[in-house]
Write a protein that binds this ligand. Structure first.
Ligand code: SAM
Length: 278
């Protein structure tokens, strides 16, 4: 996978030299280039911002350096055979970044990130890019950061670890939080007792079936407790009897919606403690 990131603080992205992503770069699994937006300015002060048209507080990133930077990055990647690019623009007004989106982005051969600062980038930069390549405005969450660099660090880390070979043991990706719509079960290591706290006995049993069931139940309980919104989205048809019993103990029950007609089996959904109380 090739990744280009454009920023006025390229040094902010130096963290991508470290750890698994750094190793993936060294191994040639991820090719990452960071570009300084100010290299695409032509005035003495290397200006990248100006006052908002129509008035208002703050400054807006000028379209000219962004246009030049994107043209240069896109034509260089094309010459180097990077494949089909997608532009990712971190923005608090974008679609929310999720594990599902990380999987979609990991399928791409080439991602280009545009890090905004100030009040953001002149909208015409994205409109112009959209006339040539797919563009996604992506939000890390419902809060406002000072710049897109933190978002790029998070998105690149989440996406690159899904690229085959980046995480040594691919099995460790399967049961993680947000895979299969559930949070991960609690994890433990040695020693079996620490500060009078014991590891759950089942994990020492060596009984793979019981361990697997316990972990599945913990995922369901933990998700019901911390993220009821995720339980509501579960596909009931993907749950077995033990899952349904565990969820029932946590206050979630399968409800049949008898509204369908024509012999099709009625849709089923999970109703939780709040919906029961309603
Ligand atoms: N005026 C913008 C608004 O209200 O939508 C906020 C601009 S913010 C101060 C500057 C830059 O930080 C944005 O252009 C974006 O690149 C980045 N940013 C801020 N919050 C973000 C978030 N939740 N997710 C992704 N990027 C964010």
């Amino acid at each position: 996978m090739r990744i280009d990131a454009i920023s006025i603080f390229p040094e902010y992205l130096a963290a991508l030299d470290l750890s698994l992503i750094g190793k993936a770069r060294t191994a040639g699994l991820v090719h990452l280039e960071v570009h300084d937006l100010r290299e695409f300015t032509h005035d003495r002060h290397r200006t990248v911002d100006d006052s908002p048209t129509g008035g208002g507080a703050g400054m807006v990133m000028k379209p000219e350096p962004w246009g030049e930077a994107l043209d240069a990055v896109l034509s260089r990647g094309a010459v180097e055979g990077a494949g089909e690019p997608m532009l990712i623009v971190p923005s608090p007004s974008g679609e929310r970044f999720t594990q599902a989106m990380a999987h979609q982005l990991a399928e791409r051969s080439w991602l280009v990130f545009a890090c905004g600062r100030y009040e953001g980038i002149d909208e015409r930069v994205m409109v112009d890019a959209e006339s040539r390549i797919p563009v996604r405005r992506v939000s890390l969450g419902d809060y406002v950061l000072n710049g897109g660099e933190v978002a790029v660090l998070a998105i690149v880390e989440a996406v690159a670890r899904l690229v085959p070979g980046v995480v040594g043991n691919a099995d460790s990706l399967v049961e993680e939080s947000h895979e299969g719509g559930l949070l991960e079960y609690p994890v433990y290591t040695k020693p079996p007792a620490w500060r009078e706290l014991a590891v759950p006995e089942v994990l020492l049993s060596g009984h793979h079936g019981r361990i697997e069931r316990w972990r599945r139940d913990e995922r369901l309980r933990r998700t019901a407790q911390r993220r009821p919104d995720l339980i509501q989205e579960l596909d009931v048809d993907g749950l077995d009897r033990a899952d349904i019993a565990t969820l029932a103990a946590a206050g979630w029950h399968v409800v049949e919606n008898g509204a369908t007609s024509g012999g099709a089996s009625p849709p089923r959904f999970l109703a939780g403690p709040a919906s029961v109380a309603d």
